[in-house]
Design a protein around this ligand. Structure first.
Ligand SMILES: NC(=O)c1ccc[n+]([C@@H]2O[C@H](COP(=O)([O-])OP(=O)(O)OC[C@H]3O[C@@H](n4cnc5c(N)ncnc54)[C@H](OP(=O)(O)O)[C@@H]3O)[C@@H](O)[C@H]2O)c1
Length: 279
């Protein structure tokens, strides 16, 4: 292996110390613990696992966490009202709606009811719009985790050819906009991109959020590239990233494993947003 591994688990350990300090500062200033509300609709195993991870991380940092569970057949109007009420509550500092949602619930309709100042995962239209405009905003946690790992590797994105594969509102789109804010030259690819390899081979920095296990093979990678793999697909009980990790490690300069790269940082980003606000 030639590439240096960008180890999210190691970085998570130092971030936890920082977050515990921020949580104490918050409690001193406000005379109460910071409070993050999570809304879980139905019982999707990925959303449930993520809720557990955020709960553990909140507990360790010293945040109060409340989990608000709604039945999978909850009415969209009722869910929207519940999220609005949670957002209006004076002792709640941040609210995150866990994904995926049942098919009959429109994420947009629900997220519009959450005040932007409490939309700590940046999924609502106001924060997304602010990110698009290059203004300070809450940024979806996975995108923010990618930036955090780039800081660890001391990568300056200015002018770097950066390719983002995937354009979801939680993964590729915010990551690309965040990289643009850092002055990278950004190309977005998606399922209709005709020759993906021709574009990924140009990338000095390659971020993938496709959910296609092993789709990025070593021949698609520019020698010395920095690879950030947000893909986390369950294949026979094992989490597998979008990138062929062992092959890509021979070509890249830095690479995140999956699992163990962006994943461990994502809940910590949500907690940081709740404690310190938008960036
Ligand atoms: N680490 C984390 O915290 C985190 C957070 C979010 C997501 N994820 C993981 O990231 C993966 C993707 O999830 P997501 O929600 O971002 O995306 P998603 O909504 O599942 O969409 C996948 C994206 O990949 C694109 N795509 C699919 N096949 C492609 C191909 N062959 N070539 C080029 N582009 C292709 C799609 O293009 P179209 O738009 O054209 O369909 C789409 O934009 C999943 O494994 C998920 O578990 C991880």
């Amino acid at each position: 292996m030639n590439a240096t591994m960008l180890n999210g688990r190691e970085l998570a350990a130092s971030l936890r110390v920082e977050l515990a300090r921020e949580a104490r500062r918050f409690a001193r200033r406000r005379q109460r613990q910071a409070h993050l509300g999570l809304a879980l609709v139905g019982d999707d195993p990925t959303a449930r696992l993520y809720a557990d991870q955020v709960a553990r991380a909140s507990d360790r940092a010293g945040l109060r966490l409340s989990l608000h569970e709604y039945r999978a057949d909850v009415d969209e109007v009722a869910l929207r009202a519940a999220i609005a009420a949670l957002g209006a509550s004076a002792d709640v500092d941040g609210v995150a709606l866990l994904l995926p949602l049942p098919r009959h619930i429109r994420q947009r309709v629900v997220m519009e009811a959450l005040p932007a100042a409490k939309d700590v995962d940046g999924l609502g239209p106001q924060n997304a719009g602010r990110l698009m405009l290059g203004f300070p905003s809450f940024v979806p946690s996975t995108a923010d985790a990618a930036l955090e790992l780039l800081r660890l590797a001391e990568v300056d994105l200015r002018g770097r050819d950066t390719v983002v594969v995937g354009r979801s509102n939680v993964g590729g789109k915010p990551a690309g906009l965040l990289f643009l804010r850092e002055n990278a030259t950004v190309t977005f690819c998606h399922s209709r991109t005709p020759d993906l390899a021709a574009i990924t081979r140009q990338a000095e920095v390659l971020f993938t959020s496709m959910g296609r296990p092993g789709a990025i093979t070593p021949d698609m990678i520019r020698p010395g590239a920095i690879i950030l793999d947000a893909g986390m697909t369950n294949v026979g009980g094992q989490i597998v990233g979008d990138v062929d990790f062992s092959g890509a490690s021979e070509v890249a300069s830095y690479i995140t494993p999956s699992p163990g790269g962006l994943g461990p940082l994502t809940p910590l980003m949500l907690i940081r947003h709740t404690l310190v606000g938008p960036s």
